[in-house]
Design a protein around this ligand. Structure first.
Ligand SMILES: C[S@@+](CC[C@H](N)C(=O)[O-])C[C@H]1O[C@@H](n2cnc3c(N)ncnc32)[C@H](O)[C@@H]1O
Length: 447
């Protein structure tokens, strides 16, 4: 393989590892880039190819399958992944079609030698039409079946498009904007830890800009923020602005009486515990952070070093240590609200994931409601907008908890002037409305 093709080779290795080994792109790609010694523009191109191909896989598969005149499942995995990468370059990048085709054929020659001629013919057919023309050919007509059309045109499984449409009240224009946003490279957000560094100073140091909503958010134009001094010494951490906002909403929810004992029931890896711990330090409160997975409990310990936080490695559904004034339930969920950040997640998640997750969510929220002192506040949070994980879980847990529960309107607790917060009392944030992950927030007060 020519040296100039190492970025494509890297993207192929990463995409193949995702499909073959169940790898996560964000974890495997850095290893591949290191092994192939790719930096700078080559690494950026390999990253763009990997993430873009995985995000657009639904659309690409429909097109490649049509161009090959056979179902994608009948193409051997190495040739299949190489064709996806080639089609991505042809249809979604500025790489000239002839260069994309010949580079992909070179790649196929090394990973699936018997399929070289086939790959050449299929990619030439792909390159014979532009993306819009292909979508018109392969997607069901929008006016007959808009969900099926959007699933192909904007590369999401149908069940996810349907779930988004339900959460957005059936507004298909908004659904389309959301799907388009899910296919973009997400910005990196930092959180300037209260009392440690302010957002303006962090923005200056990082070459970013202060966020629109969270007073602690900084937007970065790109790059890897891990080596910033403020991150290395614990004054800041990487965190989506929506995650900051829901944690802040718990800290700022109105409360009568004592306000010293805070609980984070699902703390790993510790993003929200880091922010809440920094606020607790300023207010003289103490946070207990619970996490059931041992390695994630260790990550929480690292994230809260120097803060008034006790980390407990245990199941959050039982033996909670006493009564609390404020409790965060950042529940395990499908993660459908952060598909921008995990390009393969949409193809891995299945509707069958929902029943066990929603049971766990109900049990964790019930345990939290029972552990809140009378008058205490519980924030239930998911990074999924799926109604079954949001409204249904909250309503069911409140009904079955055996304690009196009132909803607190979450909208006035969020920063003034935030648009698109709906009719309350719960709040759903959206990538296309707020530039955040699609975080859900319900604030509940124990009677
Ligand atoms: C959405 S993540 C929390 C993210 C975290 N709050 C943050 O901001 O970094 C959910 C966490 O709940 C943990 N978890 C799952 N079941 C649990 C249980 N029964 N008790 C406590 N934690 C649990 C998972 O291991 C996972 O780390």
């Amino acid at each position: 393989m020519r040296v100039t093709d190492y970025p494509r080779r890297a993207a192929y290795e990463a995409v193949a590892a995702v499909h073959r080994d169940g790898a996560y792109a964000n974890l495997v790609l850095p290893h591949v880039l290191r092994d192939l010694r790719l930096h700078g523009r080559d690494a950026a191109f390999a990253t763009e190819l990997t993430y873009g191909t995985l995000r657009h896989q639904g659309t690409l598969d429909a097109i490649v399958g049509a161009a090959a005149n056979r179902d994608m499942t009948r193409i051997d995995p190495p040739a299949r992944d190489a064709l996806r990468l080639g089609a991505y370059q042809v249809l979604h990048t500025r790489v000239p079609a002839h260069a994309a085709v010949s580079a992909t054929v070179d790649l196929v020659r090394s990973v699936a030698p018997g399929a070289t001629g086939f790959a050449n013919a299929v990619l030439r057919e792909v390159a014979a039409h532009d993306l819009d023309a292909w979508i018109a050919r392969v997607a069901p007509p929008y006016d007959q079946d808009p969900v099926a059309h959007l699933a192909v045109s904007d590369s999401h499984p149908q069940w996810i498009v349907r779930a988004f449409a339900e959460a957005l009240g059936g507004d298909l224009d908004e659904v389309t904007r959301l799907l388009i946003e899910d296919n973009q490279r997400p910005p990196v957000h930092l959180c300037a830890r209260p009392g440690r560094i302010d957002a303006v100073e962090l923005a200056d140091q990082a070459g970013g800009a202060p966020g629109a909503f969270s007073p602690y958010a900084v937007y970065l134009p790109g790059g890897a923020p891990g080596d910033l001094p403020a991150i290395l010494d614990g004054r800041a951490h990487v965190q989506d602005e929506g995650s900051q906002l829901v944690a802040l909403a718990l800290a700022d929810a109105p409360l009568d009486g004592t306000d010293e004992r805070w609980l984070d029931l699902c703390a790993g890896p510790g993003g929200k515990a880091g922010l809440l711990g920094a606020i607790a330090a300023e207010r003289g409160a103490h946070l207990t952070a619970i996490e059931v997975a041992e390695h994630r409990a260790r990550l929480v310990e690292q994230a809260v070093r120097g803060l008034p936080v006790t980390v407990l490695h245990q199941d959050g559904r039982s033996d909670l240590p006493g009564e609390f004034d404020r409790i965060l339930v950042d529940a395990p969920c499908t993660g459908l609200g952060s598909l921008r950040r995990r390009p393969e997640a949409r193809w891995r998640r299945q509707p069958s994931d929902l029943p066990p997750l929603t049971r766990l969510q109900r049990e964790l929220l019930t345990a939290a409601l029972r552990a809140a002192r009378p008058g205490g506040v519980v924030a239930y949070v998911t990074c999924s907008p799926h109604l079954v994980e949001t409204q249904v879980t909250v309503t069911e847990a409140a009904r079955r908890s055996g304690v009196a529960v009132d909803f607190v309107d979450a909208r006035p607790v969020l920063p003034a002037g935030m648009p698109g917060l709906g009719s309350g009392p719960t709040v759903q944030l959206w990538p296309h409305r707020h530039g955040t992950d699609a975080m859900f927030l319900a604030l509940l007060r124990r009677g």
